[in-house]
Design a protein around this ligand. Structure first.
Ligand code: NAD
Length: 492
C-alpha cells in the first residue's frame, strides 16, 4: 500500500499543482469566468484539485469547436479513423496504471477493479476502431420499379454526459463509438470525479486526434450539463446517469428536438431457484452487489430466493459479505473502498436506517466502517426478512446494500421481479432450462444473464427498459444512435 500511495501522489501532483482544465478546440483552458470547483478524495475528504467550472459560455465555445471540426472528421476515411482510435487504445494501455491510480483516488473504487476498467477502456476503443471503416455501410432494397440504397452518415457534433461511477470506462464506452461513427464530441463529466476525463482527452490528442474533435467541459449538471442539452449545434445527447436526470434532459432538449440515448438507474433482481448451484449463485450475487462499492448500474440490489432455500442461501451470502475486505482503494486486497462522496454516503446510510425502520433484519454490515483516511466507508450490508414494498427494495440505493426477499414459486418470483419501475438487468439462477426460457421471456429487463454474473460481450446490446433507459449501445446499436440513415431510391 505504501508504494502505491507514493505512486498515486506522483500521478496526482500535476492536478494538485495545475488543477483540471477544460479542453476546447485543442487548447487546455480555464473556465471563461475563471471560476473553479474542488474535487475531493472520498478516502480522506481532502481536496485533490481545483477544476475549471464551465458554464453555458464554455459549452457554447466547445459546441462551436465541435461543429467546426465536424466536416473534416466526418470526411476522414474510416481506415484512417480506425488507425487513430487504435493509437488512442495503445496510449490508454501505456498509461493504464496512471489512469487506474488516479481513478481510485478520485472515486474510492478499489484498484483491483480499476486496473481492469482502464484496460477495458482501451478495449472499447479497439472494438469501435475496427468498426469505423464499415460504420457508413447500408443496404440495398429492391422495390417495384426501383432500387433503394440506404446509407448512414454521422449525425453531427454530439454531447456526452457521464456519471461519477467508473467514469473512465464509461466515458470511453460512449465516446469511442461516436468518434468511430464520425461525430465530434463535447464531453461533460460528473463533478464528483473529473480527473480521468482530463487524462482521456489528453491521451486522445497526443495520439493525434485533430483539434476540436473531442472537447471537454467540466461543470455542474444544472449549468454546463443543461447548456449542452439545449445547444442548437449539438445534435444528440448520450447520457448515463439517474432516471430523474434523464427526464430533465428530455425536457431541456425538447426545444431543439435533441436525439437522446439514456442509460439510467436500476433495481436489478437476482433470482435464485432451489435447483441452482447455490455456491456459485452466492458468489455471483455477492460480486454483483458489492464489487465497485455497489456503485454500479447493473448491480443486483434485490435478491429473490425460493423460500425452501432462503435461510440457507442468505446465510451463505451474509457470511461471504462479512468476509469482504473494506479498505483503502489502493490496497490490492481491497474489494470495497469508500463511497464517492459524503453526500452519497449520507444517502446510503439513510437507506440503511430506513431498512431497519421498515422492519428488515440486518444480516451483515449495516453501518459506517472506520477505514483508512476516515472517509466514506460503509460495510457490505445484507437485509433479510424484507418484502418488495419496502423502500430498500424499490429505490436505487447505489451502494453496497442488498435486500433479500423470499418467493414461494415461479409465478411469485416473476411478479416480484417485475414489480419495479426499473428494468436494466436481471440475473437468473436455475438448473431448469425450460424454466429459464419461460422466465427470461417474461422478465422485464434489457439484459439478462442466466447462471452467470454480468459478463459483458461488446457486440451485444446494452441498455434498459422502463425507467432504466432509452436506446441501446454495443455492437452496431451505438451507430444507430450516432448516425442518420438515408434512403436513396433509383427508378429502374
Ligand atoms: P446524475 O444523473 O446525478 O448525473 C449524471 C451526469 O448528469 C453528471 O455529469 C451530472 O452533472 C449531469 N447532470 C445532472 N443534472 C443535469 C441536467 N439537468 N442536465 C444535464 N446534465 C445533468 O447521476 P450520478 O449520480 O452521477 O450517477 C449515478 C446514476 O447513474 C445511477 O442512477 C446509476 O444507476 C446511473 N448509471 C446508469 C448506467 C447504465 O448504463 N444504465 C451506468 C452507470 C450509472
Amino acid at each position: 500500500l505504501d508504494d502505491n500511495l507514493k505512486k498515486a501522489e506522483a500521478y496526482l501532483e500535476r492536478f494538485r499543482k495545475d488543477g483540471v482544465l477544460n479542453q476546447i478546440g485543442g487548447e487546455a483552458v480555464p473556465a471563461s469566468d475563471g471560476t473553479t470547483f474542488e474535487t475531493i478524495s472520498p478516502i480522506d475528504l481532502k481536496p485533490i484539485a481545483k477544476v475549471a467550472h464551465g458554464k453555458s459560455k464554455d459549452i457554447d465555445r466547445a459546441a462551436r469547436a465541435a461543429k467546426a471540426a465536424f466536416r473534416d472528421w466526418a470526411a476522414m476515411p474510416g481506415d484512417a479513423r480506425k488507425k487513430l482510435l487504435h493509437k488512442i487504445a495503445d496510449a490508454i494501455v501505456a498509461r493504464a496504471e496512471e489512469i487506474a491510480f488516479v481513478e481510485c483516488m478520485d472515486t474510492g473504487q478499489a484498484l483491483k477493479f480499476m486496473a481492469k476498467a482502464a484496460l477495458r477502456g482501451a478495449e472499447n476503443f479497439r472494438f469501435y476502431a475496427d468498426r469505423a471503416p464499415s460504420a457508413r455501410d447500408g443496404r440495398t432494397l429492391y422495390g417495384p420499379g426501383q432500387v433503394n440504397m440506404t446509407t448512414r452518415a454521422p449525425i453531427g457534433p454530439v454531447g456526452v454526459i457521464t456519471p461519477w461511477n467508473t467514469p473512465f470506462m464509461l466515458s470511453t464506452w460512449k465516446i469511442a463509438p461516436a468518434l468511430a461513427a464520425g461525430c465530434t464530441v463535447v464531453h461533460k463529466p460528473a463533478e464528483f470525479s473529473p480527473l480521468t476525463a482530463r487524462l482521456l482527452v489528453e491521451i486522445a490528442e497526443e495520439a493525434g486526434l485533430p483539434k476540436g474533435v473531442w472537447n471537454l467541459v467540466n461543470g455542474m449538471g444544472e449549468d454546463a450539463g443543461k447548456a449542452l442539452t439545449e445547444h442548437p449545434d449539438i445534435k444528440a445527447i448520450g447520457f448515463v446517469g439517474e432516471s430523474r436526470t434523464g427526464s430533465m434532459i428530455m425536457k431541456q432538449g425538447a426545444e431543439t428536438l435533441k436525439r437522446v440515448h439514456f442509460e439510467l438507474g436500476g433495481k436489478n433482481p437476482v433470482i435464485v431457484f432451489a435447483d441452482a448451484d447455490l455456491e456459485r449463485a452466492a458468489d455471483a450475487a455477492v460480486f454483483m452487489i458489492y464489487s465497485l462499492n455497489g456503485e454500479r448500474c447493473t448491480s443486483s440490489s434485490r435478491l429473490l430466493v425460493e423460500a425452501s432455500v432462503y435461510d440457507k442461501f442468505t446465510a451463505l451470502v451474509a457470511e461471504k459479505a462479512r468476509r469482504i475486505k473494506v479498505g483503502h482503494p489502493l490496497d490490492p486486497a481491497t474489494v470495497v473502498g469508500p463511497l464517492i462522496h459524503p453526500v452519497h454516503e449520507k444517502k446510503v446510510l439513510e437507506y440503511i436506517s430506513i431498512g431497519k425502520a421498515e422492519g428488515a433484519t440486518v444480516a451483515a454490515g449495516g453501518e459506517k466502517v472506520q477505514g483508512p483516511g476516515g472517509g466514506c466507508y460503509v460495510g457490505p450490508t445484507l437485509f433479510t426478512g424484507a418484502n418488495n414494498n419496502m423502500r430498500i427494495a424499490r429505490e436505487e440505493i447505489f451502494g453496497p446494500v442488498l435486500t433479500a426477499i423470499p418467493f414461494k414459486d415461479e409465478a411469485e418470483a416473476l411478479e416480484i421481479a417485475n414489480d419495479t419501475t426499473y428494468g436494466l438487468t436481471g440475473y437468473l439462477w436455475t438448473a431448469d432450462v425450460t424454466r429459464a426460457l419461460r422466465f427470461t421471456e417474461a422478465l422485464e429487463a434489457g439484459m439478462i444473464w442466466v447462471n452467470s454474473e454480468n459478463v459483458r460481450h461488446l457486440p451485444t446490446p446494452f441498455g434498459g427498459v422502463k425507467n432504466s433507459g432509452i436506446g441501446r449501445d454495443g455492437g452496431d446499436w451505438s451507430f444507430d444512435f450516432y448516425m442518420e440513415t438515408k434512403n436513396i431510391a433509383f427508378a429502374t
